[in-house]
Design a protein around this ligand. Structure first.
Ligand SMILES: Cc1ncc(C[n+]2csc(CCOP(=O)(O)OP(=O)(O)O)c2C)c(N)n1
Ligand SMILES: [Mg+2]
Length: 388
């Protein structure tokens, strides 16, 4: 029953590795010429080795955090991570069978970010994210059934089948999408934080976006306003190394996203996104800063996107070796190893969680399969367009 959790996207078939070991200078800057000179591949195995060494150094702290955390919560965190992984694997399978239409962006490899961050929030706090949203929607409490049904475009989906993969949403769960315009949700998240402050609700707003969104104007305008107006906003950059087929190293002049917070006087941290406890810890600090002092935080959380950008990605911009290298630090495996070492759970507990998850995902698939498409009468409801 034990699973290896190491999926490879079918498309990533290049075997040859063109290792560039291209490094940023101490300001995180990679020059365009250095990038160009490094050839086709942007594989940076050095980054993985550095992350391993850094993880080793704070291993004790990490085990300490686990021992201090409630066992029920630890179980929930692992459950959510495994659920995210299996749910997305199954989504890929049924997508290939033609059951899901349109775009479909999977979260495999990034589970520790969503789980570490969203389980640190209170239920009435707010969250907003990009199109890579299925797993985060479930962590916020939207049921796997209604997320899968939404993927299928069925009337029982959380957006009644009208949003699909990129637009999960639930007012009840304070989950405000699911946005397809890169960076668009950074403005929405800033507005959510502004609303919380204006109304004095005590909520904080957590806003997720990819590293490619950081080059957009909206990121800079939002951070400026959040600092100026002291908004309870937590900006989480999920740095998964790629924006579609473009490596961050080819697209960003100063590679450190976290440091960009300095330009606006915003507290910032770089976080290991393969370590769910490190993510949670950093988020708890940011949440406290937002809640108590009404101040924003920028977190750059580094993980790695195992699958293609979306289900239609040919994947010819990276090698299989590169993916396998990053998978040496698989977030689920790291967490399980730590939980075992800290004496919290055993292999038997892991098997039980995995079994539960498989049953939940099977149930979600059955529910989506058996649900009806939206009724014809829904055709013109909630549609924001006017007659010509
Ligand atoms: C404004 C805008 N420009 C371009 C696109 C096309 N596009 C969709 S996803 C994407 C890459 C985004 O990468 P990143 O922000 O790193 O997020 P990730 O997909 O890695 O989660 C691009 C360029 C878009 N949807 N919106
Ligand atoms: Mg990205």
């Amino acid at each position: 029953m034990r699973r290896r959790f190491l999926v490879l996207p079918k498309a990533a078939t290049q075997k040859q590795t063109k290792s560039t070991s291209q490094r940023a200078d101490k300001n995180g800057r990679v020059t365009a010429t250095a990038a160009a000179a490094s050839g086709n591949g942007f594989t940076d195995f050095v980054e993985v080795e550095e992350a391993k060494a850094e993880y080793k150094k704070r291993r004790k702290t990490q085990l300490g955090l686990i021992r201090k955390t409630d066992k029920k919560l630890l179980r929930q965190m692992l459950y959510e991570m495994v659920l995210g992984r299996v749910f997305e694997e199954k989504s890929a399978e049924v997508y290939r069978m033609g059951k899901i239409g349109g775009f479909c962006h999977l979260y495999i490899g990034q589970e520790a970010i969503g789980v570490g961050a969203l389980t640190a929030l209170e239920p009435n706090d707010m969250a907003v994210t990009s199109y890579r949203d299925h797993v985060q929607a479930m962590i916020r409490g939207i049921s796997p059934e209604s997320v899968m049904a939404e993927l299928y475009g069925k009337g029982t989906g959380c957006v009644r089948g009208k949003g699909g993969s990129m637009h999960m949403f639930s007012r009840e769960h304070e989950f405000y999408g699911g946005h397809g315009i890169v960076g668009g949700q950074i403005g929405v998240g800033t507005g959510m934080a502004y609303a919380a402050k204006y109304k004095g609700t005590g909520q904080v707003a957590m806003c997720f976006f990819g590293e490619a969104a950081v080059n957009q104007g909206i990121f800079h305008e939002s951070l400026n306003m959040a600092a100026l107006w002291k908004l309870p906003a937590i900006y989480i950059c999920e740095n998964n190394v790629y924006g579609m087929g473009t490596s961050q190293k080819r697209a960003m002049s100063i590679a450190s996203v976290a440091k960009k917070g300095d330009a606006y006087g915003i507290a910032n941290e770089f976080v290991d996104g393969m370590d769910v406890m490190a993510v949670r810890d950093a988020c708890l600090r940011a949440i406290e800063r937002a809640r108590k002092d009404s101040l924003p935080t920028l977190l750059e959380i580094r993980a790695y996107r195992y699958m293609g950008h979306s289900m239609s990605d040919p994947g010819n911009y990276r090698t299989r070796d590169e993916i396998v290298k990053y998978q040496e630090r698989d977030p689920i495996r790291l967490f399980q190893d730590s939980l075992k070492e800290a004496g919290v759970f055993t292999d038997k507990d892991f098997d039980k969680i995995h079994q539960e998850v498989v049953e939940v995902v099977d149930k979600a698939l059955k529910f989506a399969d058996e649900s009806a498409l939206p009724d014809d009468s829904e055709l013109l409801t909630d549609v924001y367009a006017s007659k010509p």
